[in-house]
Ligand binder design. Sequence first.
Ligand SMILES: [Zn+2]
Length: 419
Amino acid sequence: MSKKHLIIISVDALVGEDLEDLSELPNFRKMIENGSYTKNIITIYPTLTHAVHASIMTGQPAGITGITGNTRFTPGDNDMPWFNEYSEVKCKTIFELAHRAGLTTASCRWPVTAHGNEYIDYLHPEIMDRDMKEAGGDWKKACELVGTTPCLMDMIGRAVAKHGSELVHPIEDEVQIDCVCEIIKTYKPNLLLTHPGFVDSERHRTGLFSEFVKSGVKKSDDWVGRIVEAAKEAGIYEDTDFVVLSDHGHLPYKYFVNLNGFLVKEGLIRLDANGNVKDWDVYAQSCDLSCHLYLKNPEDKALRERTEKLLDKWIKENTCGIESYITTEEAKKRFGLFGKFSYVLEAKEDYSFEDAWTEPLIREYPPVAEGLGHSRHGHLPNKGPKPVFIGFGPSFKKECIDGGDILDCFNVFKRVLGL
Ligand SMILES: [Zn+2]
């Protein structure tokens, strides 16, 4: 059995600016001062959680992983279902490589690992709202629905008894961290990936750099400290490399845009008497601060021409919050982003896209309290605050780097595990 251990903690939406003042972040400070720290990481496009996590675990951009956003394209559904099945990832993951090399693997609420039991020995996948709904609110059933490894059910039960089973932050993060620590102490896996999402949810709720976000970062520092302690208790600390990384930044916004409603107005989406989508020629799938635009028949030249004219007009007149658009051919060249959509639209500052087509087509999103705001992601990876990568342990030398590519993380994981 290999003595090497790699623990990867993705602190969702953590950015370099969060780590400028380390005075109240003892665990991050220790890792940054003694390990390898890279800030201003360029992530993939779109900068959405499930797409980026699929890319982190494969080293491939969204077009190749097949996880081109958070959701599957299901026109007519104003709340499209999320990608979360491991089998939806179209290329080899670090779990598969490690497993094939005889290493033991674990995933604790890492996105897009549901039913990934073939390559993940200790699996507690992310539970989506739809899973919990299908399970009638029963956490045990929800765990079973996503393929949780049976031997983990007792430890999840203990964590749920202590913190609760609601799918809200930081409750679900507390459950997750308890389980991570128990998995490390009980099974000592060679590879473990986990994904606390509290910082991200506070950014969504209260804006890019609020006091709530600061508290979320502090809490995440505590969680990282607990995981390091668990490795010490398990007696594997000396052989363990820790990676703390993040998936994307955020940008502030104020307005939701129901882009499909504008397409209804143009007659490019038709509704039935009940207001449901009957059929369509052009359809928008939200990636929050960007959007994928599908043509029913991408070979239809007249439709392409009409669509491009419409987009140009909308941009010029600022009708529906579009900043710019590129064809999928261009998105493939520049970002490795491709799929069945024909265009990728980027939102204008302060605007964010939704899947719905109902009135009001544009609506303001008031802050939860005065002085606060809201932020979101999905935008071009060169915009705004950027994610970080911290490597700490025997495989990392002391260094500080400005700039890097998120897809390179995969090679670092392979190097650390000797794959
Ligand atoms: Zn995220």
